[in-house]
Design a protein around this ligand. Structure first.
Ligand SMILES: [Zn+2]
Length: 423
């Protein structure tokens, strides 16, 4: 437990830390988007995919979510914890994050079993039976002690805790983000080795630039192949020297949204793509807080679809959900929000409701990659475990998505079964 003298200050300090490490929040309605410019509902999109009768064509269903952060406090309650010493400005022991979460929401069993963190999400995955399960892994997986100096926040999960990913049958981890190199190059190498041993695909990081850029290819039995590329920008907090280079390990960091960048990504896709493959671009971008989508992000997402052969843009970095867009029949999730983490009890941003998470289940045409429909299941993170969200919280998510997605031509409805559906 925390010493009494520290308790009073800790909440404030953590709020401050979160601000320092994640940037200034920028809540507010997107001012750059053009209402009704795109979309496939009442605005008369040329490709009204949702009208496709169910079962009339071969489909592929994905499970997508945002940040899965199984390091730090989560790692401390898993069966094989890392050394709890951390190197943050205010918190020096990862176990403090367990204490903060317990103080907010009650006791957490210790140790938890490997499936605990997924909670009600497992039942939902069983029901939905997605063909692929895709997450952004927001931690390194290593015993390395070589923390990245001066970064301030370094997430680490012990490699022997990797069954917590396997238990949910995660197929793919995006590694192009601001935590993959938290424990140095040896930490990156061990992260990749551990995932490979667990038979979990990944992309977005590698021992050189060529590896970091190379997309993963996953065969879905009887349905075809899915190509996954992962990339990130410095706006998500990625240090610029984490970029992989010709002979330097690192991650797939894009420096700008230029046509040259798009051409490079298109070439990365072209090198592995075969006719009929579906392409998912997983991108860690933008700050942690705020609903505004920079115009440059929107233009870039469109170009990924128009010029790089991408079918689904899987955006993350924000701690909460961001707008949804369907562009020329293809799905863009600008920010999927947090999914698993140890942030409970850290104050300062309660209005953004980062305790609420969404499971995204887009169903795509196997032949074209076009979106057929999108179901989203609202969950709440409590005591390091995902549980089904209340009706009130599901309504809050619906209203928030609609408030900010309207400018992108998208609206969601809440059904009787407490799930959200894109209209
Ligand atoms: Zn991040």
């Amino acid at each position: 437990m925390l010493a009494d003298s520290r308790k009073g200050n800790l909440r404030f300090l953590l709020s401050l830390l979160l601000l320092l490490t994640t940037g200034v929040p920028s809540p507010g309605k997107d001012s750059s988007a053009t209402p009704g410019e795109v979309g496939f509902d009442s605005q008369g999109s040329p490709e009204p995919t949702l009208d496709t009768p169910p079962g009339s064509e071969a489909t592929i269903t994905l499970f997508l979510c945002g940040d899965v952060m199984t390091g730090r406090g989560i790692d401390q309650v898993l069966p094989h914890s890392s050394d709890p010493r951390i190197h943050e400005p205010f918190v020096k022991n990862a176990k403090d994050y367990v204490a903060i979460a317990e103080r907010a929401n009650g006791p957490i069993p210790q140790p938890i079993d490997f499936s605990y963190i997924w909670g009600d999400a497992l039942e939902e995955l069983d029901q939905m039976r997605p063909d692929l399960r895709i997450v952004n892994l927001e931690t390194s997986v290593t015993t390395s002690d070589e923390f990245w100096q001066g970064k301030g926040i370094n997430y680490r999960m012990h490699p022997e805790n990797v069954p917590c990913l396997s238990q949910a049958n995660i197929d793919y981890c995006s590694l192009a983000n601001n935590h993959t190199l938290d424990w140095g190059y040896s930490g990156l190498a061990e992260t990749m080795e551990t995932l490979a041993r667990a038979k979990i695909s990944f992309a977005g990081a590698g021992l050189n630039l060529q590896e970091a850029r190379k997309p993963a290819v996953i065969e879905v039995e009887d349905k075809g192949r899915v190509i996954l590329l992962s990339l990130c920008t410095t706006s998500s907090g990625v240090p610029s020297d984490w970029a992989a280079a010709e002979n330097t390990p690192g991650i797939n960091l894009i420096r700008n949204f230029s046509d040259k960048t798009i051409r490079g990504l298109a070439e990365d896709v072209r090198q592995v793509k075969q006719a009929g493959d579906i392409v998912v671009a997983s991108i860690h971008w933008g700050g942690n807080w705020g609903y505004e989508i920079p115009k440059a992000h929107r233009t870039f997402a469109h170009k990924l679809i128009d010029e790089a052969g991408v079918d689904v843009v899987h955006g993350h970095s924000s701690h909460h959900v961001r707008p949804i867009e369907v562009y020329r029949g293809k799905l863009i999730l600008y920010g999927c929000g947090d999914f698993i983490n140890d942030y409970e009890g850290i104050g300062g941003y309660e209005d953004f409701r980062d305790d609420l998470a969404l499971m995204y289940f887009p169903r795509l045409s196997s032949a074209t990659g076009q979106l057929i429909d999108l179901q989203m299941t609202p969950l709440q993170i409590k005591r390091f475990r995902l549980q089904r969200a209340s009706k009130t919280d599901a309504r809050w998510l619906r209203d928030t998505l609609n408030r900010y997605s309207g400018a992108f031509g998208s609206q969601v409805i809440l059904s009787e079964d407490n799930r959200l559906y894109l209209q």
